[in-house]
Design a protein around this ligand. Structure first.
Ligand SMILES: NC(=O)c1ccc[n+]([C@@H]2O[C@H](COP(=O)([O-])OP(=O)(O)OC[C@H]3O[C@@H](n4cnc5c(N)ncnc54)[C@H](OP(=O)(O)O)[C@@H]3O)[C@@H](O)[C@H]2O)c1
Length: 505
């Protein structure tokens, strides 16, 4: 293989020369699960790679502890979650930037102190990048924003930004109310509604693959594409997050955000420019074009499931109903298979099949674009077995793109044989891709909102999902599936009716 010089890649050069300085991140919920597993490891990695310097991280949370005690805990979290990237010497330097204060974030009194701290750290320099990260349960989003606003720490403090975690609302009504609350305090361009899925390298590559090549885009429509399959399979269960999951369900946890964003990325029109608003406008048009689900159609288009006990990766696991803090008669779905349609000129009648679930056979994520079969069976009776051309964006475990096409099997007989042309990130670039959170945090520091949801986008996604949730509450069809399998067998019927099959993983 010819060694490729990748140093000229302009996008990469731009990222690698970026350094965030004069940067203060205030993490609300700094002792929580998200902070331990994702945020701190990401900030540590950005520090290690030299992307952040001259910065302060101020953590706020309920537990009573000093900064010193917090740093001792942070070290343990990083040893576990940053894994081999953890380096004791680098941590020594990193922890000099870490501070912690105990606070009940519902109470206004703590914000007077926060105000003083911000002034102390930034010396009231308005060019200081101040990022508020809401890593707290969603019930705290509004009180925190109200308190920040009361202390003039939002719109009036130039250079301040707020990152809001998912779930953004519980339905359209609550999402709209939260949007109003945020927009009351901040300008829209200060609000970063995070969906870390869009920060994944292979996910962004869908965009580059489509619009960076003349080859595929002319075929990217209902005339050539038979259907799209999106699979997000997890092997883990709900992992002590029953309080969250019993409310969220698979629909709010995955479909309302990640899945709809993936569909938008695959289906959107080329934006007029590569700027954040042009890109967000095109995603928005797709949300508006997704056919709505109603009660009559629901059973034909959606299958829901809940995991039973079983064996995953050789280990016996309990059922969803036996998980800690789950109601014994819970009807919460942990699996969904569904068929979406996009009512626009490009995609009319092309099904977008999705399946997402917990405790499946293995952890696996991919987007597969399947093309139509050739129109004539010119190659003899063996044509029955012909595979359709398929472009697969594998997101996990490998980061790769492959194209399946048919060739002649060597020999005297005329037998078509499917082969894959594969591009694997690691083989070509020989570097680890940045983590999704690394990318979205850097973008927030750079004030690039392209990968974040806009107010209208969030509400449009709820417009799609609310009727699904309502119809499912009425339909009450919930199929059990054995942990460690592909999900409920009833999901196969969704495909069989259309004479198609789910892809194996
Ligand atoms: N965890 C994940 O992997 C993940 C993934 C995607 C999105 N998210 C989202 O990220 C946010 C945080 O998730 P999480 O799992 O980290 O939540 P969490 O652990 O339940 O809560 C975060 C932290 O907030 C603290 N807290 C609760 N009430 C408080 C109060 N009144 N004042 C100060 N601190 C308070 C919690 O303390 P206690 O533990 O003492 O209550 C905890 O340390 C949520 O919106 C979640 O939906 C999480």
């Amino acid at each position: 293989m010819v060694e490729k010089d990748i140093s000229f890649q302009s996008c990469m050069a731009a990222l690698e020369t970026f350094k965030a300085s004069k940067f203060l991140m205030i993490i609300f919920g700094a002792a929580g699960d998200l902070c331990q597993k994702k945020l701190l490891p990401t900030l540590y990695l950005l520090f290690k790679k030299g992307f952040i310097e001259d910065f302060t991280i101020l953590g706020l949370d309920l537990p009573k502890m000093t900064t010193e005690e917090y740093c001792t805990n942070a070290k343990k979290w990083l040893e576990t979650n940053a894994k081999e990237a953890f380096d004791e010497k680098i941590y020594e330097d990193f922890q000099k930037h870490l501070f912690f204060e105990s606070a009940d974030l519902k109470k206004g009194e703590h914000y007077t102190n926060l105000c003083k701290k911000i002034t102390e750290i930034t010396s009231d320099d308005e060019s200081y990048n101040v990022l508020y990260y809401l890593a707290v349960p969603p019930t705290l989003f509004s009180p925190i924003v109200e308190n920040l606003s009361d202390k003039n720490l939002c719109r009036r403090r130039k250079g301040s930004k707020i990152i809001v975690e998912k779930p953004f609302g519980h339905d359209k009504k609550t999402a709209h109310a939260l949007n109003l609350k945020l927009q009351d305090a901040f300008d829209e361009n200060q609000i970063y509604r995070i969906d870390h899925y869009l920060g994944k390298e292979t996910v962004q590559n869908v965009f580059f693959f489509r619009f960076g090549n003349a080859l595929f885009e002319p075929l990217w429509n209902r005339n050539y594409i038979d259907h799209v399959q999106i699979t997000v399979a997890e092997d883990m269960g709900i992992e002590n997050r029953a309080a969250f999951y019993e409310n969220a369900t698979v629909v709010r946890d995955f479909v309302q955000n990640h899945i709809l964003q993936l569909i938008a990325l695959i289906a959107m029109e080329p934006p007029a420019n590569f700027d954040q608003e042009s890109i967000r406008n095109e995603r928005m048009k797709i949300f508006k074009s997704i056919q709505s689900f109603n009660e009559k159609k629901i059973d034909d288009l959606i299958v829901m499931g809940q995991y039973d006990s079983g064996t995953v990766n050789g280990k016996k696991v309990i059922s969803y109903l036996d998980e800690k803090n789950v109601a014994k008669d819970s009807k919460v779905p942990t699996y969904i298979a569904a068929k979406f349609f996009i009512d626009n000129w490009r995609w009319a009648n092309v099904p977008f099949y999705i399946r997402v679930g917990k405790r499946l056979k293995k952890r696996y994520t991919e987007i597969a674009i399947q093309f139509k079969f050739p129109p004539l069976k010119l190659l003899g009776h063996k044509c029955k077995d012909l595979d359709a051309n398929t472009i697969v964006f594998c997101i996990y475990p490998k980061q790769k793109v492959s194209l399946t096409f048919n060739v002649k099997f060597p020999g005297m007989e005329n037998i078509p044989y499917p082969v894959d042309m594969v591009f694997d990130y690691k083989d070509v670039f020989q570097i680890d891709s940045p983590l999704a959170y690394e990318r979205v945090l850097i973008d927030a520091m750079k004030s690039d909102l392209s990968l974040f949801a806009r107010q209208d986008g969030i509400e449009a996604m709820w417009d799609i999902v609310d009727p699904i949730i309502k119809a499912l509450e009425k339909s009450k069809k919930l199929y059990k599936y054995e942990a460690g399998t592909y999900g409920p067998v009833e999901a196969d019927d969704l495909m069989k009716k259309d004479k198609r099959k789910w892809r194996l993983f």
